[in-house]
Design a protein around this ligand. Structure first.
Ligand SMILES: NC(=O)c1ccc[n+]([C@@H]2O[C@H](COP(=O)([O-])OP(=O)(O)OC[C@H]3O[C@@H](n4cnc5c(N)ncnc54)[C@H](O)[C@@H]3O)[C@@H](O)[C@H]2O)c1
Length: 381
């Protein structure tokens, strides 16, 4: 039986989850809710769902068993906590909460109530990052010694219809895009031990230029660092420099580059599921495509992001794991550790790059088993 899910928050990303849910059989989105009931009605009509009030969704009406929390980060805690308190499972968009303290409260409430808590991102389950993981686990680049990770863009005011929350606490490139990078790295290299960072606010006032935005032309006061440069020391001993910025233009820096005792591995943008890897070692340089692999992108680079998108695989694994009585991969433990790394970057950047030793850790989630994947996907791979 598919897990019956209600999504809360019918905004930008809700469309991707709802369209892509058709790819997975372990969960079904049956209902939607928003604090704006007219929006929930319109969304429900568009996708053939039942529109419910937020309170109804949180009370488990219509046989709802789990909440997919797609509200902005500042609302994640209140919505998720109410669902957990009512005995529902929760899968949240990232970050799992706007602060580690809130995230910890959610995790304790979930374990006290014997319900599941998990969350995005789930791109670490995609073809590119799973292939990279296999190469590393097989020793193809030896022991990872150091690396670089870079996300550099102009900012969300140019593409999101409602971009204000990206520039408020809980947002910024650290908490918005950082989860993709840090989750990928933790899944590849294991947990982070300590962090130090510096930060800047490049432009303290942003003008919204996104073409479909109803707020086009209005301005946003920036309350978070829009550039963070951090050094991450992993428990394994690997060290990595990370730049996350919405103050850049173009960049030719690799998204992720790892140097090991036996070779170098370059990875595509961890915000996507597919893409091409590049492996260099003493025998030369090899490009490794992931098109055609399970959860690879059929059309890399994505002309239509929906086609190259498997957003929801983390929720599918969550639902399947509940049915099988197994731990889920996009776990609360992973989300909390990633959140602490990102929060530590902001804290360190506010205190002259003071190094911060982390209090959380987590095991690497198991690599994705192809048999289990077959069980979750609607069509044979
Ligand atoms: N947009 C993207 O490309 C994208 C990609 C990946 C992840 N995300 C994540 O998804 C989440 C939502 O982002 P979005 O871009 O869809 O935002 P959005 O602003 O487009 O949509 C959020 C929706 O939630 C509703 N909402 C806000 N507070 C609520 C509450 N307390 N109860 C019920 N509804 C509430 C709003 O009315 C709005 O419709 C964020 O955590 C974001 O980081 C977004």
């Amino acid at each position: 039986m598919a897990l019956r899910v209600a999504l809360i928050g019918c905004g930008d990303i809700a469309h991707a989850y709802t369209v892509l849910a058709r790819r997975f059989r372990s969960f079904e989105i049956v209902a939607c809710a928003s604090r704006n009931p007219a929006r929930a009605q319109a969304f429900a009509a568009q996708y053939g769902l039942v529109a419910v009030s937020v309170e109804e969704a949180l009370s488990g009406a219509h046989g709802i068993e789990a909440i997919l929390n797609l509200t902005p980060p500042a609302s994640h805690f209140a919505v998720s906590m109410a669902a957990l308190e009512n005995g529902l499972h929760v899968y949240s968009e990232k970050p799992i909460a706007a602060s580690l303290a809130e995230g910890r409260q959610l995790a304790s409430r979930a374990s006290a109530g014997k319900v599941r808590l998990g969350g995005a991102p789930d791109t670490f389950l995609g073809a590119a990052l799973q292939r990279a993981r296999r190469l590393i686990d097989d020793g193809r680049i030896g022991e990872v010694v150091f690396g670089h990770a870079n996300f550099i863009s102009g900012g969300m005011e140019h593409r999101h219809p409602n971009p204000e929350f990206f520039f408020k606490p809980g947002g910024g490139p650290a908490l918005d895009i950082g989860p993709y990078y840090v989750t990928a790295l933790v899944c590849l290299l294991g947990p982070v031990a300590s962090v130090c960072a510096s930060g800047r606010v490049g432009r303290p006032v942003r003008t919204i230029t996104a073409p479909e935005s109803p707020h086009k032309g209005s301005t946003i006061t920036v309350d978070v660092f829009t550039t963070i440069q951090a050094q991450l020391l992993f428990a394994s001993g690997a060290t990595l420099m990370m730049t996350l910025s919405w103050d850049g233009w173009e960049s030719s820096l690799p998204h992720i580059e790892l140097h090991g005792t036996g070779g170098r591995l370059v990875l595509p943008d961890p915000d996507f599921f597919g893409g091409e890897l590049e492996l260099s070692d003493s025998s030369g340089r090899e490009r490794i495509g992931t098109n055609g692999l399970p959860l690879g992108a059929e059309n890399w680079p994505p002309k239509d992001p929906m086609l190259a998108n498997y957003r929801g695989i983390g929720l599918a694994d969550f639902a399947q794991s509940i049915a099988d009585g197994q731990p889920h991969r996009a776990s609360a433990e992973l989300c909390l550790h990633v959140l602490e790394v990102l929060e530590a970057m902001n804290i360190s950047a506010k205190s002259d790059a003071t190094p911060i030793r982390l209090s959380t850790s987590c095991a690497r989630p198991p690599a994705l088993d192809t048999q289990q994947l077959d069980g979750m996907l609607v069509e044979a791979r």
